[in-house]
Design a protein around this ligand. Structure first.
Ligand code: AHR
Length: 499
């Protein structure tokens, strides 16, 4: 396979946004309890937060963290999670058929977020609750003091307001599995009135309306249209969720996941802009891709407990990721970056233990999944602006997602530091790809080229071995004048850095 990429700094899509590198902590399985919070762990701080997890969250380069759900939020009473520990109730969590001890709540999460140096992205419950509880939560969280709820926060130990700017108006309200699931008309009205009331407290909040929970939802498109027609002037972003898995051994389709991501984003943009035109609006609605990842939903570990079993923090959704999964994650990051003009926020779902790049043993070791690496590299190295690039590449037909290039790539350019970074995946299963990058920038030198690949694309990291496959120097990379050439191994994620 031969591919040619032309990179010209004059053609800019938009800024690299830190919020593209967000993630997600839900009260689900071992994400919170024995994940970020594990008071008995040797590295735990006074609040019970694991220091080793915080360290890896920083290394991963996470910007925002969405909280507390997910499906969990649609039955959640935020008041249960604040105040003296001894007075917090244990409740049934219907979403994950678990018990929620409420040891960690809003105040603890915000403290964790400050320590991990991430921005909290908070969700309100629009499943079992509504406008009143949303504005009460906002008052508790963001008002300085002088009111009952803000003073309650101060008495609970958070003197300064939490100053949370980014808020999700519910979660996946289009999904029949959601507690308090609604039609688009019902949800659109509720989201509009919730947004209106929240803005009476703070007009500058950034509000996310629920879009579709998958690209193949029967209401996809129509849902966004109706919800945005109700909420257009009251919200800033529409959410989108998408998960991928390899089905029936069809690796070629799985590796083409980015093609579906591209068309998913393009369809949401088209729908939002159609509502803009029909409503004679001038602002644009942007996308919060606030759940995306590889997730093997059909596997047993994705099934919640049942019957009378309501455990605290059960093992749930603890997918083990392969090299191929990491290459797909890298390909999805390429798609998100390419759409930086309209995707203004994104969250890898999730962060710790639950479909996560970071895994922990209760009270014990911590380890990195394969998917950690493309995310960490992209977050660390994508800077400045995303460039429109021209890519000539042979294609193949994938059964699920149609025509896909054997190589996909995106480039970022930081005029200040002079850093040009090219991220590329090779979707070829058998063949290496020869990539030539023609640079329309003078005087660059090759700083580094790395590839993440393995002879066995199904190699998966474990608690005993998470280092056999790491991004390693690609010695085939060479710069000749204004052209870089590099051989991309089959099923690989690659990074070229020039300055
Ligand atoms: O991330 C796991 C679950 O996936 C979330 O709770 C839900 O929003 C989505 O369906």
């Amino acid at each position: 396979t031969h591919a040619r990429l032309v990179v010209d700094p004059a053609f800019v899509v938009g800024p690299v946004r830190r919020r593209t590198f967000g993630s997600f902590v839900e009260h689900l399985g071992r994400s919170v309890y024995t994940g970020i919070h594990d008071p008995g762990h040797p590295t735990a701080d006074a609040d019970g937060f694991r220091g080793d997890v915080i360290e890896l969250v920083r290394e991963l380069g996470v910007s925002t963290v969405r909280y507390p759900g997910g499906n969990f939020v649609s039955g959640y009473k935020w008041e249960d999670g604040v105040g003296p520990q001894g007075e917090r109730p244990t409740r049934l969590d219907l979403a994950w058929h678990s018990s929620e001890p409420n040891t960690v709540g809003l105040d603890e999460f915000v403290r964790w977020a400050r320590k991990a140096d991430v921005e909290p992205m908070m969700a309100v419950n629009l499943g079992t609750r509504g406008v009143a509880e949303a504005i009460e939560l906002l008052e508790y969280s963001n008002v300085d003091g002088g009111t009952q709820l803000s003073e309650q926060r101060r008495a609970n130990g958070s003197d300064s307001p939490h100053a949370i700017s980014l808020w999700c108006l519910g979660n996946e309200m289009d999904g029949p599995w959601q507690t308090g699931h609604k039609t688009a008309a019902e949800y659109g009205r509720l989201a509009a009135e919730t947004a209106r009331a929240m803005r009476q407290i703070d007009p500058d909040l950034e509000l996310v309306a629920c879009g579709s929970s998958a690209s193949d939802m029967p209401t996809f498109g129509a849902w966004e249209h109706e919800v945005l027609t109700e909420t257009y002037e009251l919200v800033d972003l529409i959410s989108a969720h998408i998960y991928f898995a390899e089905h029936d051994g069809d690796l070629a389709s799985f590796l083409a996941a980015g093609v579906r991501m591209d068309s998913f984003i393009d369809s949401i943009v088209a729908t939002a802009d159609a509502v803009r035109a029909a409503g004679k609006h001038s602002k644009r609605i942007h996308i919060s891709l606030d759940e995306w990842n590889v997730w093997y939903q059909d596997r047993a570990e994705s099934r919640p407990p049942s019957g009378t079993d309501w455990p605290v923090a059960p093992v749930l959704l603890e997918d083990r990721y392969t090299v191929a999964d990491a290459v797909v994650v890298g390909g999805l990051l390429i798609s998100l970056l390419r759409h930086t003009d309209r995707v203004h926020a994104a969250s890898l779902a999730q962060l710790v233990n639950v479909i996560a790049p970071i895994m922990t043993e209760p009270g014990g070791r911590i380890w990195k999944q394969t998917t950690f690496h493309p995310f960490a590299q992209a977050s660390a190295l994508a800077r400045g602006v995303v460039l429109h690039t021209a890519l000539e590449v042979p294609t193949y037909e994938s059964a699920r997602y149609g025509t896909a290039g054997f190589v996909d790539s995106v480039a970022t350019w930081d005029a200040e530091s002079g850093d040009l970074v090219v991220f590329a995946v090779n979707r070829g299963i058998e063949d290496a790809a020869e990539l030539a990058v023609d640079l329309r920038i003078e005087g660059l030198e090759l700083v580094e080229a790395t590839s993440y690949a393995h002879d066995d694309p199904y190699w998966a990291a474990t608690v005993d071995d998470d280092t056999t496959v790491l991004p390693r120097a690609n010695v085939t990379a060479a710069l000749d004048g204004a052209r870089v050439t590099v051989t991309l191994p089959p099923v690989s994620w690659n990074v070229l850095r020039l300055r």
